[in-house]
Structures are given as structure tokens and as C-alpha cells.
Design a protein around this ligand. Structure first.
Ligand SMILES: [Zn+2]
Ligand SMILES: [Zn+2]
Length: 264
């Protein structure tokens, strides 16, 4: 097996993905209760007892809420930078097996190489990840999976990571018109969401894909759609124009939904 992943759930209510290789089985974020995580994993034939590690992008509840229920799984190593671990630990009644990395560094976990890099978002030290796997020969091609949810905009270093990915998971959080029309969120929250340290709108995600349109991409996923301020139809409409310039399959993950396993 090379590297494969499935999104267990994605959206404003919670985010978690399962990433597997021959030697590692890990979660990217754990934004659901432990009970829900167990249920979602069971749906893919997996269980929390078989998870080796969780990689946290930042401390927001829709990415880290599940950690509080994992005291019974001490085998799970929790990878996070110091600020994220500190923020999550403040809400915990136990001490997980923290594995602290420094933002911007590259390190190995079993047969994976992981790069973390800073993204502009309103958390303590939010990061995105690139997971690389494979020796780089015919039998074991090198594959890079870039994971970018929760970012207000994409600075140059972020664009470089996006360009070099084989598989890209990118946020398309909200439709600006639906966010504007939303009656529940106060103005200040809307400003935060749409700001430079908030979330990518459908239009920002499209512009980014359009500007980079890397020939290296093998599959692009748009994820972390807001349930109330976005829809599959809104993303499809916003991205309709770029489908011809992307030379790879393109999937939109429904708000709250997931994906089947995808080989990188
Ligand atoms: Zn966030
Ligand atoms: Zn989020």
C-alpha cells in the first residue's frame, strides 16, 4: 500500500481525516467527540485502538474537541506545536502523549515525512501539513498530500506547498453572499470569518486554484464547507469556470460529509 486517506467528516461542526500507510495509521485533526470518532472510524473498518497518532492543525473545537475523550487511548501520540498543545491541554483533565514539533520544521513519523507550516488563521499557532510517502522509484512513487483547512489567505510559502502537492485538500469555507445574508452570526463574527485570518471563501479558493493550477496535482478536494453559509451548489457554481484548467479530478466534500478512501 502507498498512502491513502479518507475524510471522516469535514465542515464547521467538526473535521477529521484518516491517513494510512503500511506502517502508520493516523488522524489529521480530531474535531468530533471520541464517541463520534469511534463511530466514524468503525464505518471505515477501523477503531481508535488501532490509531497511532493524531496531527493537530490548531486548537479550535472543530479540530481538537475529540482529544478530551481519549484518555483511555494512551498509545495515541498527539502531534502539535507548543502553542496548540498548550491551548488544548488547558481544557483537558488528563495529559495526552504530546509530541511537540516546531512550526516550519520537517520530521518523520514511521514511513511518513511530515512538514508543518504556518497559515494565517485566528488561532495561537495554526499550521497546515504536507504528508510525504514513498521512496520515489517505480515501485514506490513519492507522493505529497497537502492539507490546508482554516486559513484566511494564502501567502507565498503556502502557495509553494500547494503547487508541489500531488493531492491537495483545500478549504472552501463560505459563500460570501450566504455569509452576508446569514441572520445568526453577528457582524463581528462575519468580519472574522471573511478576514485575512479567517477562512477561505469559495471565490478565494477558486482564485488560488486558478492561479496555481499545478500540473503535478492528481486530485483536488475542497473541504471544510460551512453548513449554514455554504453549499455544494454554491461551490460548484463558484468553481465551474476552473474545471477545464485543472488537469485532474476535483471533488467537493459536502458540509458535514466525508469521502471514501482515496489512494494518493
Ligand atoms: Zn479554526
Ligand atoms: Zn475549522
Amino acid at each position: 500500500m502507498g498512502m491513502r486517506f479518507c475524510i471522516l467528516g469535514s465542515g464547521s461542526e467538526g473535521n477529521c481525516a484518516l491517513l494510512e500507510t503500511d506502517a502508520a495509521r493516523l488522524l489529521v485533526d480530531a474535531g468530533f467527540s471520541a464517541r463520534r470518532l469511534a463511530h466514524l472510524l468503525a464505518g471505515m473498518g477501523e477503531s481508535l485502538g488501532r490509531i497511532d497518532a493524531i496531527f493537530l492543525t490548531h486548537e479550535h473545537g472543530d479540530h481538537a474537541a475529540g482529544i478530551s475523550g481519549l484518555s483511555g487511548h494512551p498509545q495515541i501520540k498527539i502531534f502539535a506545536n507548543h502553542a496548540t498543545a498548550h491551548a488544548v491541554q488547558a481544557g483537558l483533565k488528563y495529559r495526552p502523549n504530546w509530541q511537540i514539533f516546531e512550526t516550519g520544521t520537517r520530521f518523520r513519523f514511521r514511513d511518513l515525512e511530515i512538514e508543518s507550516f504556518a497559515v494565517p488563521h485566528d488561532a495561537h499557532d495554526p499550521v497546515a501539513f504536507v504528508f510525504s510517502h514513498g521512496r520515489g522509484d517505480l515501485l514506490s512513487p513519492r507522493r505529497r498530500l497537502a492539507w490546508l483547512t482554516d486559513l484566511g489567505h494564502a501567502p507565498l510559502h503556502v502557495r509553494e506547498h500547494i503547487r508541489d502537492a500531488d493531492v491537495l485538500v483545500l478549504e472552501a469555507n463560505h459563500c460570501p453572499q450566504m455569509l452576508k445574508a446569514d441572520g445568526k452570526r453577528p457582524w463581528s463574527v462575519k468580519q472574522r470569518i471573511s478576514g485575512r485570518h479567517g477562512h477561505l471563501s469559495n471565490d478565494s479558493a477558486r482564485e488560488l486554484l486558478d492561479a496555481i493550477a499545478s500540473p503535478r496535482w492528481r486530485h483536488v478536494f475542497l473541504a471544510h464547507l460551512s453548513r449554514e453559509c455554504n453549499s455544494l451548489a454554491a461551490v460548484e457554481q463558484s468553481c465551474a469556470g476552473i474545471l477545464s484548467s485543472l488537469h485532474c479530478p476535483f471533488s467537493i466534500v459536502a458540509p458535514g460529509g466525508g469521502t471514501p478512501f482515496h489512494e494518493c
